[in-house]
Every structure is written in structure tokens, then in C-alpha cells.
Design a protein around this ligand. Structure first.
Ligand code: CA
Length: 229
């Protein structure tokens, strides 16, 4: 598990890094958000610890940019700005949790653990497997199976499936899907999303029904109670 920490106070960085290392996490530390944003491209973290008041790019600006392209990676804000307004603003802009400074590192460890567990989905089983409604995604082995039979998916279809299975019930707009899956690629539009979703649905055969279309809005993955075999 790789944790990215963006914090400009060196002493605090050292303490947190030491404690998280001890818990078995890898930590990549940054004293500013600009460098972190670049590093994220090459080495996407499993979780981000984010200070708000930073030199250069501010924490909330970083969060805005991150959430435009990545809805998934959990962000825990650590900040001395503790008013209710600050907390709500950070959550609304895509933070998963908020820890006011000063805090106990023990509490931070717990928040990290909980945020990681939540992000990996309720149905996560050991070994990097995700499953929902009988569709199993092996993140490590990079394959999807139904009843132990592998489904041949393209990279984009696989990425879409992982995104949906990680957040069952969450509605993704076409624009969000374009941002998250296609990033800054040229020549893509909402039609591209529809075509890929139709293909993914077809390849999932009868499990394809879990991909629900919300006309004019987007898609979600939903396994209704009693519906999964
Ligand atoms: Ca700071």
C-alpha cells in the first residue's frame, strides 16, 4: 500500500512517515502539492494525506484537480483549519475524511486504515479480488471472471468494470467516465463512453444487466437485493 503525504511541516512529515512505515505502509512524502501532482501520474497512491495550507498550489486546489481525473483514491485532509465551514468545503470538494490538527498519530493510523478499507469496497476478498453480483475482478492478475471463466476485456473495458465494481450504486456521468478512464486523450466524446459501455455490457452477458443506464445522465453498477445468483 502506497500512501502519498502532502505536508509542508517537516517535523510532522517525519513523525507520520515513521509511524505509517511501522504499520507496513510505503510513504511518498511531498512538501508541496505541485510536485505531488506530477508524481501521481507515474506512481498512483492508494491513499493521499493532504494538508490544506501549503506553499504554492493549495490543498483544495490540488483536490479539485485530482477529482477531475480520479474519483477513487481516498483523500484524508489533515489541517489546522478546523472550522465547520472548512471541513464541509473539503468534503464537498472530494475529501473522504478530515482530521483537524493537532491530532494523535494513532487516530490518523485508524483513519487511514478505515479509508483504505472503504475504498477497496465491501466485497473485497484477500488477494486483490473484487466481486459484485458474481463478477470477480482480479486486480493483481488483471482479469475478470464469471463462474471462473475469464471474460476477454480490452483495457478500457477492464478499467470501466473496476471503477463500477469498486463503487456499486454510485452514478457516474459520461463526463466523469471520460475524465477518469480516457483522461486527456483526443477524439473522445460521450458517444465513445456509450459504445464502450454497450460492449462491456454485452461481454458480461446476463451480468450486464447490473450496468444501469440513466438516460441523459450516465451509468451505475447496481445489484438489487435478491437479484444476484
Ligand atoms: Ca501547512
Amino acid at each position: 500500500m502506497l500512501i502519498m503525504m502532502i505536508e509542508d511541516e517537516a517535523a510532522l512529515r517525519e513523525v507520520i512517515e515513521y509511524r505509517l512505515n511501522r504499520e507496513g505502509y510505503q510513504v511518498a512524502s511531498f512538501d508541496n502539492a505541485n510536485d505531488a501532482l506530477i508524481a501521481i501520474e507515474d506512481c498512483p497512491p492508494d491513499l493521499i494525506l493532504l494538508d490544506l495550507m501549503l506553499p504554492g498550489l493549495q490543498g483544495l486546489q490540488f483536490l479539485d484537480i485530482l477529482r477531475q481525473r480520479d474519483q477513487r483514491t481516498p483523500v484524508v485532509v489533515i489541517s489546522a483549519r478546523t472550522s465547520e465551514e472548512d471541513v464541509i468545503r473539503a468534503l464537498e470538494r472530494g475529501a473522504d475524511d478530515y482530521l483537524p490538527k493537532p491530532f494523535s498519530v494513532k487516530l490518523l493510523e485508524t483513519k487511514v486504515k478505515v479509508a483504505l478499507r472503504r475504498s477497496s469496497g465491501e466485497e473485497t476478498v484477500p488477494g486483490g479480488l473484487l466481486s459484485s453480483g458474481g463478477v470477480v475482478v482480479d486486480l493483481g492478475g488483471h482479469k475478470a471472471t464469471i463462474d471462473d471463466k475469464e471474460i476477454q476485456l480490452t483495457q478500457k473495458e477492464f478499467d470501466l468494470l473496476v471503477l463500477f465494481i469498486r463503487k456499486p450504486g454510485k452514478v457516474f456521468t459520461r463526463n466523469q467516465l471520460l475524465n477518469v478512464i480516457w483522461g486527456y486523450e483526443n477524439d473522445v466524446n460521450s458517444r465513445t463512453v456509450d459504445v464502450h459501455m454497450a460492449m462491456l455490457r454485452k461481454k458480461l452477458a446476463d451480468k450486464g444487466r447490473y450496468i444501469r443506464t440513466l438516460p441523459k445522465i450516465g451509468y451505475l453498477w447496481e445489484v438489487r437485493p435478491g437479484e444476484a445468483k
